[in-house]
Every structure is written in C-alpha cells, then in structure tokens.
Design a protein around this ligand. Structure first.
Ligand SMILES: C[S@@+](CC[C@H](N)C(=O)[O-])C[C@H]1O[C@@H](n2cnc3c(N)ncnc32)[C@H](O)[C@@H]1O
Length: 186
C-alpha cells in the first residue's frame, strides 16, 4: 500500500473531493466491514476507496465467488489502486453517481453491499442525494449500505432514504474519530 505521505499530499491537493488528510485506520476499516456477510455476497461495491485503506480489508475477507467493484474519481488514487493485483477486484475511474450504469455494463443487476467513504458533506448536495438514492435502488432486498462520517450531519438524510433501518456505531481510534452508519434495505 502507498505510504501515508503520498495519501496526505494527494488528499490535501484535492481536499474538496477527499475530505480528509489521512487514510482510515485499520480499526475503522474493521468496524466498517464487521456486518458484511462475506460468505453469501455476490457483489460488493466500494465508493471512494482512496489508496485502499478499506479495500485491502475487503479483499482479505472476500469469498471466491464475490466481486468487488471500486469507484474512484481521483487519478493518483486510481493508479495506486490499480497496483493491487487481485482477480476479483475491478477498479473503475468513475464517479459514484454512475453506479447503476457502470455496474450494469459489468453484467450485474444488484449489489449485496455498498461500502462508502465518500465525503458526503463536501460533495454538492444534489450529487450526494442522487448517490444515496441510486445506492438504495441498486441494493438487493436486505442489502446494506455502510458509510462513515466525522459528524452526524447526514443522519437525517440517510433516514429519509433508508427509513429507520439504520444503526450507528463509533470508532475512536481513527483520525478524526468516525461515526459509522449501517443502513439496511428493507
Ligand atoms: C475520505 S477519502 C476516503 C479514502 C479511503 N476509503 C479511506 O477510508 O482512507 C474519500 C475518497 O472519495 C473519493 N471520491 C470523492 N468523490 C467521489 C465520487 N463522486 N465518486 C467516487 N469517488 C469519490 C475521493 O477521491 C477520496 O479518495
């Protein structure tokens, strides 16, 4: 994986899309993934993988028949992710706004799980809204959308999209400490 310094440089240069200056800790990555049923998942989507802090953990847990598709818009992060050689990983240089279109091109029609590190509060509101709605629509019944944030600003919006099927967790060992939302599709 890239050194933190590279992440820092790239993240600072692109703060408006990265929303942070350090990659997620292993504690946050583990907590984000703890409720995924890796045995039965066919398709997992990751939004905003950066240089792979969470991606590597997903790959470690992946069952042989599961595909992981990552959406990343930043050139440098995209190149970094392409260095990960894993037969079940597909990295797209594409925006999370185009989930449905891109995933259908790959021959899938629903996802079991969407793991998102997108900086929801920094991305324009209309874009965030459409990403959340499209994510909801593209999940299988009982599928889960997992998102971390450094504050609770998007709790209300997530409730509008996912109803009351949201559980909240917290990881103090991350910079900054992060809230984790697990939103289930009913
Ligand atoms: C907070 S960083 C998270 C990086 C990594 N997942 C981690 O947890 O350390 C947010 C990432 O989202 C990416 N991003 C921002 N807007 C995006 C969009 N519309 N589609 C896909 N990726 C996006 C940024 O380039 C950045 O890599």
């Amino acid at each position: 994986m890239s050194k933190k310094f590279n992440f820092f440089k790239e993240a600072v240069k692109n703060y408006k899309t990265s929303g942070t200056v350090v990659p997620s800790s292993k504690y946050l990555a583990n907590k984000m993934l703890k409720d995924i049923d890796f045995k039965t998942a066919n398709l997992i989507i990751e939004l905003g993988p950066g240089n792979g802090a969470i991606t590597h953990n997903i790959l470690k847990n992946l069952s042989p028949n599961t595909t992981l598709v990552c959406f990343e818009i930043n050139d440098a992060f995209y190149k970094e992710l392409n260095k990960i050689k894993h037969p079940q990983l597909i990295v797209l240089k594409a925006s999370a706004e185009n989930i449905k279109e891109e995933i259908i091109k790959l021959g899938f029609n629903k996802a079991d799980c969407i793991v998102s590190s997108l900086p929801l509060t920094i991305i324009p509101k209309e874009v965030t809204n459409s990403i959340l709605i499209e994510s909801y629509q593209f999940l299988k019944e009982k599928g889960i959308f997992i998102q971390y944030q450094y504050n609770l600003t998007y709790y209300k919006k997530l409730k509008e999209v996912f109803g009351n099927n949201i559980s909240l967790n917290f990881e103090p060992f991350n910079f900054p400490p992060a809230f984790i939302y697990k939103c289930a599709k009913n």
